[in-house]
Design a protein around this ligand. Structure first.
Ligand code: ADP
Length: 490
């Protein structure tokens, strides 16, 4: 069998290729180096797995994460494709037996970390094995301008040069600005590579930036709109993820936390609760997301601004994989810059620091929101927007839509919002005093009604749709005092 489509159908059960797949596969099979830039979920794995099956000999895949390797090997084995991975968990005898299988031609694909390449056993194996294809996955890790620089990626070139026969070399990544692509080419020494870059436009995603000093209030006002849907709230630090999860729980919003400081068991449990839709919100650091394939994520809210457009695009891009309209909202305050500078200042290498400063600056400009957010991101990744987005407005970001709102509604909305926030604090106070969860005092919907209708009397208060009688009697006075004070001062 030497037809890529036949392999796709036989092993994967898919009927046709996605954009770019066939071209990338054919180039590699014909012996040409390739550089493929496809968005997450675009189907990169197939682009090198099928050539691995079509070429004689072994395919080595360099991958940065143990969990990714395990995941890939599991999928391949299910498809009856002989694959294995070498991780630090293997003891030496196990390692040697895997290498032995690979050398004898029993395996088609072998996944390894970049650090492994130059170790003694692996180097010795590589001199004897028949390696026809070398794949560099997450190839942006080679670049200091990328968002996950991994110094050991810089040594892949030495490894290639140490091989008796140079294999076809294929680099794949989901994010690579033009400058990063150039670094991948030169650092790996790709020879006249065939390149394919898929469009990064995600038409079903709506992008928004909200400037706010009170992020908790902003988040609380956003979440009710997504009731019953799954989403991710990204934080910059473990501490803030933990604190925010607690806060949301105290406000009656079911949420679980995920960051690299938690035990593997807790992480897995929280991830599953969220994947299955039992808990709608996961509050996470950027440790969360790689390899997670949940199609119906309806919102990704960044509670703090990430340090680069690469990070932002990738994390926000976890929304709406099913193609349905989903929201990517960045809550921004100037303090986010400070938080990011803290990370930058901890970085030793001056070159790396300079790169990070530039990326942060690019992100600051995004948050500044002076032009279409979608076009800004696409341009950052070196893409000229396609004809539907080439006009002035993408019709689906907060910058483009700002001009479509009824201007009068805006100031009223902001005032409602400020009162709403005060009412939320009244509710938190009552919740602490009476030891009941906030939502049992009054629902968010009730607070929104109160903020826009602003009743002053008990009678009006009790007539409202979302304020049950007994709750009105018990808690009404505190809310009314706040509303009356508000009305008097406005
Ligand atoms: P990436 O590594 O680019 O994020 P994957 O290689 O994991 O993406 O592919 C994402 C999903 O799309 C996988 O479930 C994969 O099986 C599926 N897929 C890839 N190519 C095709 C195709 N041609 N037809 C249908 N599904 C595909």
């Amino acid at each position: 069998m030497n037809d890529p489509l036949a392999v796709l159908q036989k092993y994967y059960g898919y009927s046709s290729f996605r954009p770019g797949q066939r071209e990338l596969i054919e180039a590699a099979v014909s012996g040409r180096d390739v550089l493929g830039v496809l968005p997450t979920g675009g189907g990169k794995s197939i682009c090198y797995q099928i050539p691995a099956l079509l070429l004689p000999g072994l395919c080595i895949v360099i991958s940065p994460l143990i969990s990714l390797m395990h995941d890939q090997v599991m999928h391949l084995q299910k498809r009856h494709i002989k694959a294995a991975c070498i991780t630090s968990e293997l003891k030496r005898p196990e390692l040697l037996s895997v290498l032995h299988l690979a050398e004898r031609g029993v395996l088609k694909l072998l996944y390894v970390s970049p650090e492994r390449l130059m170790t003694k056993d692996f180097a010795a194996f590589s001199k004897k094995a028949d390696i026809s294809l070398l794949v560099v996955d997450e190839a942006h890790s080679i670049s200091m301008w990328g968002h996950e620089f991994r110094p050991s990626y810089l040594r892949i070139r030495d490894y290639i040069d140490s091989l008796p026969v140079r294999p076809v070399t294929a680099a794949y990544t989901a994010t690579a600005a033009p400058r990063v692509r150039e670094e991948i080419r030169t650092s790996l020494g790709l020879k006249d590579p065939f390149e394919y870059t898929a469009s990064f436009d995600r038409p079903n995603l709506y992008y928004e930036v909200r400037h706010t000093a009170d992020k908790r209030a902003a988040l609380l006002s956003l979440l009710p709109a997504y009731k019953g849907f799954s989403g991710i709230v990204y934080c910059l630090t473990r501490r803030s993820a933990t604190a925010l999860t607690r806060y949301l729980n105290a406000e009656g919003i079911p949420a679980v936390c995920y960051h690299a400081g938690m035990s593997a068991k807790d992480r897995q449990q929280h991830q599953e609760l969220w994947m299955q839709g039992d808990v709608p919100v996961i509050v996470a650091t950027n440790a969360f997301g790689m390899g997670i394939d949940k199609p119906d994520v309806r919102f990704v809210i960044h509670y703090q601004m990430p340090g680069s457009p690469e990070h932002y695009y990738q994390e926000a891009g976890r929304a709406g994989r099913d193609g349905k309209r989903s929201d990517c909202i960045l809550l921004y305050s100037d303090r986010d810059l400070k938080a990011n500078r803290f990370f930058i200042n901890r970085t030793r290498s001056a070159v790396l620091r300079a790169a990070m400063e530039q990326q942060l600056d690019a992100m600051r400009r995004y948050a500044g929101g002076h032009s279409c957010l979608r076009r800004y991101l696409l341009a950052y990744f070196g893409e000229i927007p396609s004809s539907d987005t080439a006009g002035d407005s993408c019709h689906s970001c907060s910058v483009c839509l700002r001009f479509n709102l009824i201007p009068k509604a805006l100031p009223a909305g902001t005032e409602d919002h400020a009162l709403y926030r005060s009412l939320v604090s009244v509710r938190s106070r009552l919740s602490a005093k009476h030891h009941v969860l906030p939502y049992k005092i009054l629902s968010d919907a009730a607070l929104h009604d109160l903020a826009s209708l602003r009743p002053e009397s008990f009678f009006d208060f009790l007539l409202m749709e979302h304020t049950p009688f007994f709750k009105g009697i018990k808690y009404g006075a505190d809310f009314l005092t706040e509303i009356r004070a508000w009305n008097a001062s406005h």
